[in-house]
Design a protein around this ligand. Sequence first.
Ligand code: IPM
Ligand code: MG
Length: 355
Amino acid sequence: MRNYKITLIKGDGIGPEIVDEAVKVLDAVASCCELHFEYDEALMGGCAYDITGDPLPQETITKALQSDAVLFGAIGGEKWDTLPREKRPESGLLRFRKELGVYANLRPAVVYDELVNASSLKPEIIKGVDIMVVRELIGGIYFGEPKGRTEDKGWNTMVYTRDEIVRIAHHAFQIAMKRDKRVCSVDKANVLDVSQLWRDVVTEVSAQYPEVKLTHMYVDNAAMQLVLNPKQFDVILTGNIFGDILSDEASMLCGSIGLLPSASVGDKIGVYEPIHGSAPDIAGQGIANPIATIASASMMLRFALGEIQAADKIDNAIKKALSEGYRTGDLAQFDAKEVCSTSEMGSIIANYIER
Ligand code: IPM
Ligand code: MG
């Protein structure tokens, strides 16, 4: 029996509903792969603020650092939108990423064959899309100084240091080596000095990966190319804010943002989370799609725990649920045999875990 300590951060909105389904699937996989998960819940986001006055209590960081991985749902909601910036749920998440040093955010956008009709793009454009967005997560304009706000002026600064670019570039090239060996680095080097440095440093690092083909693209063009011809991309390497935007765009190639998982990794422990937000408008209704979180749990098994077989079992069970025609509401219009609730989808996937 292999034992793992998992910190669960359910968060706000649909967070608790979708994390519960991922736990259901993890327990199903545990029982057939000789694994044992010890879960410990921790608070972050609006719910943490409501209880403790802080969107990221110190206890959450401590718990996370003592575990093998963090499985996280989502944070945020209108209720907390008027709080001072440092009290907002989003600030809790950003501080959490920084504290854990998770500089690389891996966001795979893979189109399931079963869902080629679900995208707003034509099936022939998206069938076979398999992109990995590698987003730098703890630098750039999200964190740069100076930043501030007066009544009539607001400012943020996009900063990257050579070291920050070197480490994320290595990460992207190493991922590309296990894929189709193509990296497209996305920047705005025609306008921004920070992007020119990004481009120069990525090019320098690429010399250590002669098998990988490196291209560069301006972010505006990349946004266009993603919908024009997404299959041209293998690994997209980019900074924090460009990666935030492009990964939401990439999710629409796949049919629903409720499908896309992510892994945030660095030198300490990793955070595994869906790329979508807390969707307060549908929270508590039992209609959210839990697949992004379940797929994040699979990434956690694969990358944090090295439990490849268990991860494969989850991925296969998700595919089986989709190919059997089970759909949550977000995908109900697309070849659905049966429309199911959040918890039904979790149970179906759990039952499809191969014994
Ligand atoms: C994401 C989210 C976050 C981000 C928000 C909630 C702070 O949009 O994970 O993509 O901008 O990084
Ligand atoms: Mg985002």
